[in-house]
Structures are given as structure tokens and as C-alpha cells.
Design a protein around this ligand. Structure first.
Ligand code: FES
Length: 124
């Protein structure tokens, strides 16, 4: 059902947990399955995402996608994170079965909402 990479990320996610000092938080949910991905970014003064963590309530694929999303955004300029796509997450995981492709879309949505939250907080 899940490939080896997805299972590894699900069983041993490296980026799970909340992030002390996070200055951007975004939460995306899927009303159909009830899964929720919450991302935390720590963005430095130059706009670089220094650290990223997640807390996800959901299926193994949602957890694996969250973990990969954190890896992909770390080190990027905050607005570059908007270019991280569900396709990239899907490819990093070497694929997801059709019924779980949406989990990668949820992770992309969570990234976008976290970036949005960063700018919202910054403009206050
Ligand atoms: Fe709900 Fe994965 S099954 S996002």
C-alpha cells in the first residue's frame, strides 16, 4: 500500500514536533478525511527559513508528506517556499497511491498558509 520511503518517513519522521520561537504557523485541513497538517517555520531576519517542523493528525502519507515538506522548505527564502509543489513532494516520496495523492496537496496548502501567516504577522 505505501512504498518504503513513505513508511520510513511515517515511522521515523525527523521533523515532527512543534518549534520553539516559530514566527510562522499554518494549518491545512481536509474536511473529507479529517486530516490536519500544521507547519511551523522559524524565519530569520533575511527571510530564510532556518527551521521547519510539523504536527500532523492524519494518515501515514500525510505524515510523510509533512516531513518532506519541512525538508524541502528548510534553507529557502520564505517566498521561494511557495514554489514547493505537491508534485515535488510526491516525487521525493517516489510516489503515492492515487487515493493518497491528496495528502501531498494538503502539505502544499500548509506551506502556502504558513508563508501567508508569516507575511500577515510581519505586516502588523
Ligand atoms: Fe487525508 Fe491523507 S488521507 S490527507
Amino acid at each position: 500500500m505505501y512504498n518504503k520511503i513513505v513508511m520510513e518517513k511515517f515511522l521515523k519522521p525527523e521533523n515532527a514536533g512543534s518549534l520553539r520561537g516559530a514566527n510562522a504557523v499554518g494549518k491545512a485541513g481536509n474536511a473529507n478525511c479529517g486530516d490536519v497538517i500544521k507547519l511551523y517555520f522559524l524565519v530569520d531576519e533575511d527571510g530564510i527559513i532556518e527551521e521547519a517542523k510539523f504536527k500532523t493528525f492524519g494518515c501515514p502519507a500525510a505524515i510523510a508528506c509533512s516531513d518532506i515538506a519541512c525538508d524541502l522548505v528548510r534553507g529557502l527564502q520564505i517566498d521561494e517556499a511557495l514554489n514547493v509543489s505537491s508534485r515535488e513532494i510526491f516525487d521525493e516520496l517516489e510516489g503515492l497511491e492515487d487515493s493518497r495523492v491528496y495528502c501531498s496537496v494538503l502539505a502544499e496548502d500548509a506551506i502556502k498558509l504558513t508563508v501567508e501567516n508569516y507575511y500577515k504577522k510581519k505586516s502588523k
